[in-house]
Design a protein around this ligand. Sequence first.
Ligand code: AMP
Ligand code: ZN
Length: 112
Amino acid sequence: MTDCMFCRIAKGEMPATIVNQDDRYVAFRDIHPHAPAHILVIPREHVRSLNEATDAALVGGLLLFARDVAQAESIGTAGYRVVLNTNGDGGQTVFHIHAHVMGGRAMKWPPG
Ligand code: AMP
Ligand code: ZN
């Protein structure tokens, strides 16, 4: 989608601090980090949110890519959180499905 910010990042049309990418996924640092490590993982394919996802391989691959990002950030063993905010009450503000990978400090539970 041309008017989607995360599609534009995936295409290299908008700057981002990319930490890893392959033919299906892109991981880049959140512009407003809420933890010492805060990375977003997106599929290159535009999917509005988890509600619209139909491809189990795409969603499963997103989680495994997030896991690999956490390992590369050296937060895998200490622990980290993977979050998919979905629609308004879920706190989603960018409507291209993305996983937040957060770590580098102890996460609080429950989240607000
Ligand atoms: P959500 O609220 O779950 O939709 O998360 C969207 C996230 O995208 C927020 O944490 C924003 O800080 C982050 N964000 C928005 N624009 C950019 C951008 N251009 N580059 C990196 N992160 C961004
Ligand atoms: Zn998009």
